[in-house]
Design a protein around this ligand. Structure first.
Ligand SMILES: [Zn+2]
Length: 270
């Protein structure tokens, strides 16, 4: 398979793929999990559902986001058959969530607000993760988005073509009203943990393979935290798709992930 689709339309990915990995033979699947990030209707373009009904374009649709679903299903099947875990995340916001532009007076989509990091969150983090020494900022920038992935809404539901039968566990994130969570490991304050790390440790997982939406946001932040926490981290670049807002963010985040130690592979090589 060659051409634009294979590399998510990103020539930079093609460059990364030149160093061709075949990791399938070398992975111990008993300690490996695939983490499928946010394969939800609100992050996908319009499509015809399994029942023939039309789904309108998602509130925060990643252009061509649906193109990764079939290959991601195939990858999930492969991981599952070899004894690996298949995990999925779901963005899951309450009404009036901090990440919605409509939750703030005189703010519009794309604006940035500054959210202070709570001192008690930093104290708890330092106690729980004494080995993580990267500094926690006093405040973080939060981009404002359209209302999306409201809890129990059709937009928050998994895309109908995503094979949820294979999923061992779903992690929901962004469900606290006053803090957003791009990463599946930590809230956007970079220090309040979700349940994912504890689950992976409990299961003896030390290797993660990533796919999903969007490359430059939730995939990116989760991959960076995966590296930060010491997991062997692979990104199946052809089953990720980016939103590229602001323009150039896909390439920038791919560069950062690579520099920090993530290994880009194609799903076929797993
Ligand atoms: Zn969100």
């Amino acid at each position: 398979m060659t051409g634009e689709n294979y590399f998510c339309g990103n020539p930079y990915l093609e460059y990364l793929f030149l160093s061709h990995y075949n990791i399938g033979m070398n992975l111990d699947f008993s300690t490996t999990a695939l983490l499928a990030i946010d394969i939800q209707n609100d992050f996908c373009p319009a499509y015809t559902g399994l029942d023939g009904k039309e789904h309108s374009i998602g509130a925060l649709a990643v252009s061509r986001g649906n193109e990764i679903i079939d290959p991601l299903n195939n990858l999930a099947e492969k991981v599952h058959k070899r004894g690996g875990k298949v995990l999925a995340t779901q963005d899951w916001h309450p009404e009036g969530h901090i990440s919605f532009a409509s939750s703030h007076k005189n703010k519009k989509i794309g604006d940035i607000i500054i959210v202070p990091v709570l001192e008690k969150a930093i104290v708890a983090f330092n106690k729980k993760f004494p080995d993580l020494t990267d500094p926690i900022p006093a405040a973080v920038q939060q981009a404002l988005w359209p209302v999306h992935c409201l809890q129990n809404s059709k937009g928050a539901a998994f895309h109908e073509y995503f094979n949820t039968q294979l999923i061992d566990f779903v992690f929901r994130k962004g469900f606290r009203k006053n803090i957003d969570s791009y990463s599946a490991f930590f809230e956007n304050d970079r220090c309040t943990p979700t349940d994912l790390y504890g689950y992976l440790k409990e299961q003896g997982i030390d290797t993660l393979i990533f796919g999903g939406l969007a490359t430059d946001y939730c995939v990116f932040y989760t991959v960076i935290d995966s590296l930060r926490l010491g997991f062997k981290t692979f990104v199946a670049g052809d089953v990720c798709m980016g939103i590229d807002i602001p323009a150039g963010s896909v390439q920038k985040t791919i560069t950062t992930m690579t520099e920090q130690g993530a290994v880009f592979v194609s799903a076929a090589d797993v």
